[in-house]
Design a protein around this ligand. Structure first.
Ligand code: GLU
Length: 480
């Protein structure tokens, strides 16, 4: 039977980068094996779960291209089934009612603390006659956990993990108000969804031992477990808010491409030989649980950025029209996604043929950009109607002498019948020779006048892309 995996996030905030990696591993494994990838929203914590957070999960997964099979399962809708299973365990004698009041439990814990022994429920209602039940107290249902032996988690990543029976107390399955605990809900749902492989963060390893006890009590088959290492920040500490952007949406905002994120996240904890750059198709072909390492992976922004630069160039080569559409769209979003680098409002008004102008310049622009915001900023001079006002460096190039020269150049070029890069190259070279200037001394002020910047793709290409009248208008605007 082909495997069935799942991603089971708790919708309490944004879709974290660590969760995204867990989703990716499950997705890759199901694609690799021809299996099924299910999505379960663990929204049982009514106070912390929000509809916005659920939406953020859907959006984040969609952006990453991690499509799930069928409809998402909402855990909160399954409470009746969870209750049913708890009752079944009760009827079979694998669970029992516990009537301890919160005060009693508190006193028990205080006593254990004073004695310096681990704080665990001592099983005082395990074998007690229900006739002793105090009146008016609603009981919880606890699992009758094995008192002896050990639970062995045969983890595909962590190896065999043994947990002695004494370390686990009789956990609550159903609260006094009839609501299921997280531990019960996860097991019942994984069983009912016929999950064969549970791949999740190693922070759930201890839960696996408790969950196995529930599987055993119900006589259900235990799935294969793979607990994957955590992601650490660049400083080696566990990845946290302190390390900056952590939600998937934030990476989109910062201009990372989904295919770069997929490649990067796949390498966080998983490896295939020395391969660093690989397509999603290759990742699917190669992905296996044996390739997941045990040590924590370290988040490395430089690596992510260089992968992103690679995928920007690849998009420029393979799908220029698609990339141009994205650039044009992102230029409009610059004030929102990159306020620090935002162009003046007037610059956002685009020329009707913004796409056409970008077509020939795209490969050069793509080479200079590590993220989509940089690419949008680099593309800005060519998509606006009218020139950008020169920045500080460009202003420095526009000396009185240079401005006078631009006037003469505009006049000379006006007579040039051909506006191809080759013809412009020849015309500007002969103009430079005529004026006894080096080519660079002509090209730099031209660049400043055309783009408002001191760095850009080649000026002949720019002039060809902008066309004759726009180029001449920009030169004349700066001409003295
Ligand atoms: N809902 C849990 C979380 O978001 C995951 C549970 C599981 O994968 O078993 O951490």
């Amino acid at each position: 039977m082909p495997p069935i995996t799942r991603f089971a996030p708790s919708p309490t905030g944004m879709l974290h980068i660590g969760s995204a990696r867990t989703a990716l591993f499950n997705w890759l494994y199901s694609k690799h094996t021809g299996g099924t990838f299910l999505l379960r929203i663990e929204d049982t914590d009514a106070e912390r779960s929000t509809p916005e957070a659920v939406e953020a999960i859907y959006e984040g997964l969609r952006w990453l291209g991690l499509d799930w099979d069928g409809d998402p399962i909402l855990q909160s809708k399954r409470a009746a089934r969870h209750r049913e299973v708890a009752e079944q365990m009760l009827a079979a004698g694998n669970a029992y009612h516990c009537y301890c009041s919160p005060e009693e439990l508190e006193a028990m814990r205080a006593e254990q603390k004073a004695k310096g022994v681990p704080m665990r429920y001592d099983g005082r209602w395990r074998d007690r006659d229900p006739k002793d039940a105090p009146s008016g107290v609603k009981p919880v249902i606890r699992l009758k956990a094995p008192r002896e032996g050990e639970t062995i988690i045969r983890d595909r990543v962590q190896g065999d993990v043994r947990i002695a029976a004494e370390q686990l107390d009789d956990m609550v399955l159903l609260r006094a108000d009839g609501s299921p605990t997280y531990m019960l809900a996860v097991v019942v749902d994984d069983h009912d969804m016929e999950i064969t492989h549970v791949i999740r963060g190693v922070d759930h390893l201890n839960n696996a031992a408790r969950q196995m006890q529930i599987y055993r009590a119900m006589g259900w088959e235990v799935p294969s477990f793979s607990h994957i290492p955590l992601i650490h920040g660049p400083d080696g500490a566990k990845l946290s808010k302190r390390h900056g952007a952590l939600g998937v949406a934030e990476y989109e905002r910062m201009g990372y491409r989904p295919e770069a994120m997929r490649n990067y996240l796949a390498r966080l904890g998983w490896s295939h030989g020395d391969d660093e750059i690989f397509s999603t198709e290759q990742a699917i072909e190669w992905f296996d649980l044996d390739g997941i390492g045990r040590s924590a992976a370290r988040f490395d922004y430089d690596k992510l950025r260089s992968l992103n630069a690679h995928y920007i160039q690849q998009a420029a080569a393979e799908d220029p029209a698609g990339l141009i559409a994205e650039v044009v769209e992102r230029i409009q979003r610059l004030p929102e996604v990159d306020p620090a680098n935002s162009p003046p409002a007037h610059a956002l008004a685009q020329h009707a043929d913004a796409g056409g102008r970008l077509r020939t310049l795209l490969p050069e622009l793509a080479k200079r950009a590590k993220d989509m915001n940089e690419l949008a900023i680099n593309a800005l001079p060519y998509v606006v109607s009218g020139a950008l006002s020169p920045d500080a460096k460009a202003s420095g190039l526009l000396t009185p002498d240079a401005r006078a020269m631009l006037g003469r150049l505009a006049q000379a070029l006006d007579r040039s019948p051909d506006w191809s890069p080759e013809a412009l190259d020849a015309a500007i070279r002969s103009f430079a020779a005529l004026e006894s200037r080096k080519l660079g001394d002509v090209a730099q002020p031209v660049r400043a006048a055309l783009t408002g910047r001191a760095v850009s793709p080649g000026v002949f290409e720019i002039m060809a892309a902008l066309g004759r009248s726009e180029s001449l208008a920009r030169l004349r605007k700066q001409a003295a």
